[in-house]
Write a protein that binds this ligand. Structure first.
Ligand code: FMN
Length: 207
């Protein structure tokens, strides 16, 4: 794969509830002309089928073709890797993008990342971003949180990882599920430094 510009990011979907957050974030990153390295866990495929009626094939190349068609993006802009694609750019600090978002992020992936397991490409890519002191954002979804979940998130936060629970606010007066999804995605984009007009910034823009 050629690097098409210096705006590259790793995005991972894991098996927490909240597939629409991940899909919307992917759409926004592509619209912002980012080159997206996408990783999808097998549990995330189950969640996508359950929550979004989107049945993705198992093979990364076929997933890529399906998403390129679904999103109408340029195939150079979106690259999907499998869980054992150890030769992909995201697996090494010498090539991995400096920014990564796991959205949605399961409590299982939080635990694996907090303990540096690197047992699949999502865990390895997160480990690389942490060791390279890049920006890692985890959009975690679980309720309630157990002490173990909270300890894992604290450990990650102390390492500079941003923990953004999938907990949309209501002060923008959402009138649809899309508004709630956009609230979360807008906050992630704000943290990534990507301009967004989906949700007005508090105290600056009025509705
Ligand atoms: C429909 C569905 C919803 C789920 N929701 C959550 C969730 O909100 N949070 C969570 O931590 N796990 C959730 N799980 C369980 C995870 O998918 C499971 O622990 C899985 O092993 C996570 O693997 P991954 O992190 O590699 O994707 C859900 C599973 C399914 C099938």
């Amino acid at each position: 794969m050629n690097q098409i510009n210096n705006k590259a990011i790793t995005l991972a979907f894991t098996g927490a509830s909240g597939a629409p957050y991940g899909l919307r974030l992917l759409q926004c990153l592509l619209a912002a002309e980012y080159q997206v390295h996408l990783l999808i866990s097998s549990a995330a495929r189950v969640v996508l089928a359950t929550e979004h009626d989107m049945k993705l094939p198992g093979n990364p190349q076929a997933i890529q073709e399906t998403l390129v068609e679904y999103l109408g993006c340029d195939s150079e802009q979106l690259q999907v890797y499998g869980k054992d694609d150890w030769f992909s750019p995201v697996a090494s600090g010498s090539a991995a993008p400096k920014q990564m978002v796991v959205c949605p992020c399961s409590s299982g992936s939080v635990a694996a990342i907090a303990h540096g397991m690197s047992d699949n490409l999502i865990e390895r890519a997160a480990d690389v971003v942490i060791k390279e002191r890049g920006q890692l954002i985890l959009v975690v979804r679980e309720t309630p949180f157990s002490t173990l979940h909270l300890e894992n998130m604290l450990k990650l936060s102390q390492m500079g990882v941003t923990i953004m629970p999938a907990a949309p606010g209501f002060y923008h007066q959402p009138s649809s599920i899309e508004d709630l999804v956009d609230f979360m995605v807008a906050r992630v984009l704000d943290h990534l430094g990507i301009e967004q007009k989906m949700v007005p910034r508090w105290g600056y823009d009025s509705r």
